[in-house]
Every structure is written in structure tokens, then in C-alpha cells.
Design a protein around this ligand. Structure first.
Ligand SMILES: [Zn+2]
Length: 486
């Protein structure tokens, strides 16, 4: 944690959160509150009181990790945390996270590991339920719902059928919808939405937001489960964002479409020694666009582009006439990566479907930190805003820790800790913690380059007032996607 906290992006976030605001006189020293907040989000154990008791003991190593805060009383810590989180927008963490990913990409450019060279090329979309700290039962009326959720304006009850037992279950709270990078299994962008929000709709919002914050994000494929098998969603991915959706297609393919039985892959003649027609070969593709094409043509995120793209199929034996399939006619089956056949692009689709599970590791990390999940794993003191913040800090912390490993921040923290005597053996002399040596430590840290650096995209967002516009359009809409599917 001492390593991650010295990263320039995290230092910037810390400086923001510590800034005094309002005109009600000098703000109290919030360093202690902030260090407790980081401990909750990055180390788990969500009870403020527990963390408070750990940090008020005379524990020099903890003080070093928390940058030697002035110790506050219990009430001041609660007030400090709540006030910090209500003053600033959790969306800063999205921008910090993107900037951390960009730093990671810059660092490993020319990296030998092929896996790392694919950072943010394949994104995975998924959602998980997040319980609010409220009674977990369905509401019987509107008034009842208001009663259960109290100040949590966005919490909702959602019911779902479990696949195995066909029983109905449910939870009261939110849903975390997340795009994860498959190569690093790090979170890219996310939103905490009401439990009944329509997941594919939220993902489209996230794609638009990602492209606004980070137009050069290398994403070319979006992998998701059968919940996203929706023509309107797939069309919006392919044409609105120039990202190829990789989603399993369900049974309900309309027989009105050609090649529906083979999920969009044409077959032709029966080869010698076989009694079945063979799959045609994927020959060429035309007109498919990438994020690079969009940038070059200055097409706005979400606007349709490359709608006339198609795939040309040829007969393996050169006997039959070529066939053309167009995603615009049916984006579920006429896909960029075919659903079946002997082509290597089909193999890539299978690999991506299998590796889709990489999002689970992010959800698991959050649960492990005690930030998401059921009864014992929820943040007791949090309302909507605090939930957004805590979960976002936890997600951003995953990226920060990875970058700290890669760019030497961990080693730097370790060396500093040893030099200052905080990582000493039990029988070594106690460390010096007078003001002078602490000031010198901070100064030396800055000399080694660990200074605050703001994410450029956040500065742009503040100028454009993007944040307000997102909330105006709203996330909490259970309705299916509008517009034409094909
Ligand atoms: Zn043929």
C-alpha cells in the first residue's frame, strides 16, 4: 500500500481529497481519515472503527504507510471520510484508473510477453450484485421500498431465477457493471447502478464514456455472456463503437435468416468422401472499422460507422459461388468472429469465451476485500455515494498495485521503509520520527519523481461538465434498448 500511494495519479487523488472546501473556516487535518479510507478500500475490512483502533495505537509503521497523519478522534474520522466523499466525485477514480492503465501501457511498450502487449485489446463486460446495507427482502409497496432503503436513493430489489434449482432469489441494492481488461484482469471502467438497471444499456454507456475519456484505448473486442445476446446491443457495439462483440448466440435465431441453422456461417457443396455439406471459407472482410478508423474520420462515440461492412465466403473446393454476410442484417449471427466452422477466427472466439471468466477474478478480489457481496461482506456505514466511492477505490487500487509492481514504486517504498527503519527487525533500534527526518523523507521521495500528476481526461471533464450530463440521461432504466436491431 505504501508503494501504491506514492504513484503520481494516486498522489493527485489524495491531494484532491485533502483539499479544504467551503467557507466554514479551516478544514481539519484529514490525513488520518484518508489513510483509514485507503486501508478500507485496499486492504479490506470495511469497519471504520476497526481501522481506527488499528491506526491510533502507537504504530510507527502504520504511520509511515499513511504518510504520518495527525491523529483525529473517532467522530472526526467518520465526519472526515463522509465529508471528503461527499465533496468530491467518485468519477475521479475512473479517470485515475484509466491514467494508471495508460502508464502501465507506456511502461511495457516493447514488452516481450505477448500477453501484456495485448493490454486493453480484449475487454470483458459483466455485472455482479452488490447488497445495500438494508433489509434483504422484496418491497411490498412504493412506501415500503422507501422505508427499506432509507437514504439510499438508488438501491432496489431485484429478483432472479437461479439456473440450477429454478428457484427465485433476489437482493436489495445495486449492481456493479464492469469492463475488465482480459490480458491483465484489471478493471477498466465501471458503474454502480440500481439493481434493476438493464446491463447491456449500462455497458453501452460505459463504452461511450471510455471512448470520451480515452479515445485511443486499444479495445477491439468486447466479450460477454448470453445476457448480452441482443441484436440492438450487438449492433451498437459493432457500428456505434467499432468494437466487435463476442457473445454466444441463443437458440432463438429466426429461421427467416439465411444460414440460421449454422449460426450465420454458410455451407456449400458436399466434398468427396463425406455425406454432409461443408462450411465455406471466410475469405475476406470489407468495411469493418476500428477505433483508429473512427478517430481518423472524427466519428463521435456512439455514432454509427461502417454499417455496410460484410464478410465474403468462398467454397473450399472453388466450385460454388461466393456468399456475402452482413452484420447489419443480423448482428447476432453474421458476426465478425464466426460462430462455427474450421476457421481460426472460430478458435479465437472459443478462447475468448473461455477466458471471459477473467472478470470473476475482479469480483472475487472485491469480495475478498469485503467491499462487495452478501451479508458479511458489505459496507455497513455507506449510502449510495459512499458505496460508489469505496467500490471505486477498491477497483482503482487493483490497478494501482499492479502498476506499483511494474514501475518500481513497491521497491522504492521498501527501500525507503528500510532506510527509515520502519521495516526493521525486532531487535533493531527504533526509527527516528522527528519532524526534520520526516520532512527530509518526503523531499527525497519527490526528488525520486513521486510527485502528484493529474489525469488529463479529468481536467477535460471538469471543463466540459460531462459528469452532469451522464446523470441527466440516467442509468436506472430497466427498459430494453430502443432502436432497430438489424
Ligand atoms: Zn462448395
Amino acid at each position: 500500500m505504501a508503494g501504491a500511494l506514492r504513484l503520481p495519479r494516486i498522489r493527485w487523488l489524495s491531494e484532491q481529497l485533502l483539499q479544504r472546501t467551503g467557507t466554514r473556516g479551516p478544514a481539519p487535518d484529514r490525513g488520518h481519515a484518508l489513510s483509514i479510507l485507503y486501508r478500507i478500500a485496499m486492504r479490506g475490512r470495511v469497519a471504520i472503527l476497526q481501522q481506527f483502533n488499528d491506526t491510533t495505537e502507537l504504530n510507527l509503521t502504520q504511520d509511515w504507510v499513511g504518510n504520518f497523519p495527525k491523529h483525529l478522534g473517532e467522530t472526526q474520522v467518520y465526519d472526515g471520510i463522509i465529508q471528503m466523499l461527499r465533496t468530491w466525485s467518485w468519477r475521479m477514480t475512473i479517470h485515475v484508473n484509466v491514467a494508471l492503465l495508460q502508464d502501465l501501457i507506456a511502461l511495457i511498450e516493447g514488452e516481450v510477453s505477448e500477453n501484456l502487449r495485448k493490454i486493453c485489446l480484449y475487454l470483458v463486460a459483466d455485472g455482479t450484485d452488490i447488497h445495500a446495507d438494508a433489509e434483504q427482502r422484496p418491497e411490498v409497496s412504493t412506501e415500503d421500498r422507501e422505508f427499506i432503503r432509507g437514504v439510499r436513493k438508488r438501491a432496489q430489489w431485484r429478483r432472479y431465477a437461479t439456473k440450477a434449482k429454478r428457484t427465485l432469489k433476489g437482493w436489495f441494492g445495486y449492481k456493479l457493471v464492469l469492463l475488465v481488461d482480459m490480458a491483465t484482469t484489471l478493471p477498466v471502467i465501471w458503474a454502480l447502478v440500481p439493481a434493476r438497471a438493464h446491463e447491456p444499456r449500462v455497458v453501452l454507456r460505459l463504452l461511450k464514456e471510455l471512448r470520451t475519456i480515452w479515445p485511443e484505448c486499444p479495445a477491439e473486442f468486447l466479450v460477454a455472456d448470453g445476457l448480452y445476446d441482443d441484436g440492438k446491443f450487438l449492433r451498437a457495439c459493432e457500428f456505434g463503437h467499432s468494437i466487435h462483440p463476442v457473445v454466444p448466440v441463443g437458440q432463438n435465431v429466426s429461421t427467416g435468416y439465411r444460414h440460421h441453422a449454422t449460426r450465420g456461417v454458410p455451407k456449400c457443396c458436399t466434398p468427396k468422401g463425406s455425406d454432409k455439406p461443408q462450411y465455406m471459407k471466410r475469405d475476406q472482410r470489407h468495411g469493418f472499422k476500428t477505433w483508429r478508423d473512427r478517430l481518423a474520420a472524427e466519428v463521435a462515440p456512439g455514432a454509427e460507422f461502417g454499417v455496410d461492412s460484410f464478410i465474403r465466403w468462398v467454397c473450399p473446393d472453388g466450385k460454388c459461388k461466393p456468399v456475402i454476410t452482413r452484420p447489419s442484417q443480423n448482428p447476432r449471427i453474421y458476426t465478425f468472429l464466426p460462430h462455427e466452422g474450421p476457421h481460426k477466427n472460430v478458435a479465437l472466439r472459443h478462447v475468448l469465451m473461455v477466458r471471459r471468466n477473467s472478470v470473476e477474478s475482479v469480483f472475487w478480489s472485491l469480495k475478498n476485500l469485503g467491499l462487495a457481496g452478501d451479508k458479511h461482506q458489505r459496507v455497513k456505514w455507506a449510502d449510495d455515494i459512499e458505496m460508489e466511492w469505496i467500490i471505486s477505490l477498491g477497483l482503482q487500487g487493483l490497478t494501482a498495485r499492479r502498476l506499483a509492481w511494474e514501475n518500481g514504486a513497491y521497491l522504492d517504498a521498501r527501500d525507503e521503509g528500510i532506510a527509515m527503519g520502519f521495516l526493521r527487525h525486532e531487535d533493531a533500534p527504533p526509527p527516528r520520527v522527528d519532524d526534520l527526518s520526516i520532512r527530509r523523507m518526503f523531499r527525497d521521495r519527490e526528488k525520486r519523481g513521486w510527485t502528484a500528476e493529474a489525469p488529463a481526461s479529468w481536467m477535460r471533464e471538469v471543463e466540459l461538465g460531462y459528469e452532469e450530463r451522464i446523470y441527466e440521461e440516467g442509468w436506472d432504466d430497466d427498459a430494453p434498448l430502443a432502436g432497430k436491431a438489424a
